[in-house]
Every structure is written in structure tokens, then in C-alpha cells.
Design a protein around this ligand. Structure first.
Ligand SMILES: [Zn+2]
Length: 160
């Protein structure tokens, strides 16, 4: 028996330490939470993606009485970006969330497993690292590519 230990690097920032571009992207994700449709969870998530051409697109969670029919903020954002700008790699994705009291979370919001898989596909599709910013009011996590969120990931290369 052997062990495979996997380490990931997460950079932790205070908001003031971020570049202006990253602050703007996080602000777009924060604003997107106010357009969330979350009558069931009362958990409002927003995401914003900066594309290689500089365009920023955003999305938010869209819930449904038939739960599986809803979709997370990260996927509404990435699918919109991919649908509207199929030739533009996604450079950075920022995620923010508010709890049922309407407060932004203090700690960084982690994406669910399904969204991580879609983020990985986006990164693979464009063959460029997709940077991820997970926003919390107390600190912000930066992951320099999606692989850090999904060790031992499954992508097209696994089928060869
Ligand atoms: Zn998700």
C-alpha cells in the first residue's frame, strides 16, 4: 500500500489587497446575488466571469419547485458566457453569497461539486487556467486554476 498525498495552494486575501479588476469582478458577483431567485433555500448566490476580451458576465442561482430543475449561480454564469461568447476563454470566475438574513457570508463560498465539474470543462475547453475567487467578507480565497478545486478530476483526457 502506498499513499498519494495531494496538496493544493489557496491564496487568502483581504479585499483591499486585490487588484482593481478583481474587486470589480467580486462586486459584480455580489450584485448578482440580488437578482437571485431563491424562494426555497433563501440562499442567494452570485457569480461573475471575466472573459479574455475583458467582458464581464454574471449570473445567480435559479431555483425551482422541482428542485433538480434549478441551477447554481456558477453554472448559469458559465453557460451564459459560453453561449454568448463561445470564442472567449473565461479567465476568472468570482463567487459571492448571502445567507437567509441577507448578509454576505463571512467565509469564502465554496462551489458545489457539479459546478466544479463544469468549471473544469470550461477550463479544458479553452486550454487556459480558469482562476477562481471565492468571496467572503473576512477573506477571499484565490485558486489559480480549477484543478485545485477538483483533485483527481475526470476530464476528456481520462477517456483516452
Ligand atoms: Zn453549484
Amino acid at each position: 500500500m502506498k499513499n498519494l498525498d495531494i496538496q493544493i495552494n489557496v491564496k487568502i486575501y483581504a479585499f483591499e489587497e486585490l487588484s482593481i479588476a478583481d474587486r470589480e469582478l467580486i462586486e459584480a458577483a455580489r450584485q448578482a446575488t440580488f437578482r437571485s431567485y431563491a424562494p426555497y433555500s433563501h440562499f442567494s448566490v452570485g457569480a461573475a466571469a471575466r472573459l479574455a476580451n475583458g467582458v464581464v458576465v454574471s449570473g445567480c442561482n435559479q431555483e425551482n419547485a422541482a428542485y433538480p430543475s434549478g441551477l447554481c449561480a456558477e453554472r448559469t454564469t458559465l453557460f451564459y458566457a459560453n453561449a454568448q461568447y463561445p470564442d472567449q476563454p473565461v479567465c476568472t470566475l468570482a463567487i459571492a453569497a448571502r445567507n437567509e438574513k441577507g448578509e454576505f457570508l463571512a467565509q469564502p463560498i465554496p462551489p458545489c461539486g457539479a459546478c466544479r465539474q463544469v468549471m473544469l470543462e470550461t477550463q479544458t475547453r479553452y486550454r487556459k487556467p480558469l482562476r477562481v475567487l471565492l468571496y467572503g467578507t473576512e477573506n477571499i480565497y484565490e485558486l489559480q486554476h480549477v484543478g485545485l478545486l477538483l483533485p483527481l478530476s475526470f476530464d476528456a483526457s481520462a477517456m483516452k
